[in-house]
Design a protein around this ligand. Structure first.
Ligand code: 5GP
Length: 177
């Protein structure tokens, strides 16, 4: 399938599964090398990163743990608009080596919020692994050590990412036409 239609939008395939998996394997190799002996705790950010997380973790060969968090939007009391709250952290993070596993870093504001929240629980170190990065959109200064792929500013779906709840199931990544 080279093109798909989701609701009002058409998407064309832009990154095939085999190319995604090559980059995911490279990131896994880097993490295996860098974090050996640290028993990292991978924190996968649902929903978007479920496919990336599964493919990444199959290639992580060092002892590690994995857990899942979610960002819940709620309306701030002031005029700050939607604020995201991190839910689902049940593990003790103090003294741990954490690897955040995210689907895409766009402006970076979501990642910044995650780092702030996790930072209050005194982890030893926090690393970031993202499937995708839109470097031109990044607004905040983040040290993203593990990036599978850098992409232009266009909206994408597939491989876990959605458009209005749809499209997460596709094995390839599609870009809006
Ligand atoms: P940020 O806070 O970095 O601007 O946005 C991160 C979040 O925006 C991602 O976790 C994802 O949910 C959403 N997002 C950003 N760009 C895209 C995109 O191209 N496609 C999809 N499906 N979601 C995106």
């Amino acid at each position: 399938m080279d093109t798909i239609q989701i609701k009002d939008k058409q998407f064309a395939v832009s990154i095939k599964e085999e190319d995604i998996l090559k980059e995911v394997a490279r990131v896994a190799d880097e993490i295996n090398r860098d974090l050996a002996g640290k028993n990292p705790l991978f924190l996968s950010v649902l929903n978007g990163s479920f496919m990336f997380t599964a493919d990444l973790m199959k290639r992580i060969t060092i002892p590690c743990e994995i857990s899942f968090v979610k960002l819940a939007s709620y309306q701030g009391v002031a005029s700050t608009g939607a604020v995201k709250e991190v839910i689902g952290i049940n593990e003790e993070l103090a003294g741990r080596t954490i690897v955040i596993v995210e689907d895409i870093v766009d402006t970076g504001l979501t990642m910044q919020r995650l780092l702030e929240t996790l930072g209050t629980r005194n982890p030893k170190e926090i690393h970031i692994a993202t499937l995708l990065l839109k470097p031109d959109k990044l607004k905040v200064d983040l040290n993203i050590e593990y990036v599978a792929m850098r992409i232009p500013n266009d909206f994408i779906v597939g491989y876990g990412l959605d458009y209005d709840g749809l499209g997460r199931n596709y094995k390839d990544i599609y870009t809006v036409k």
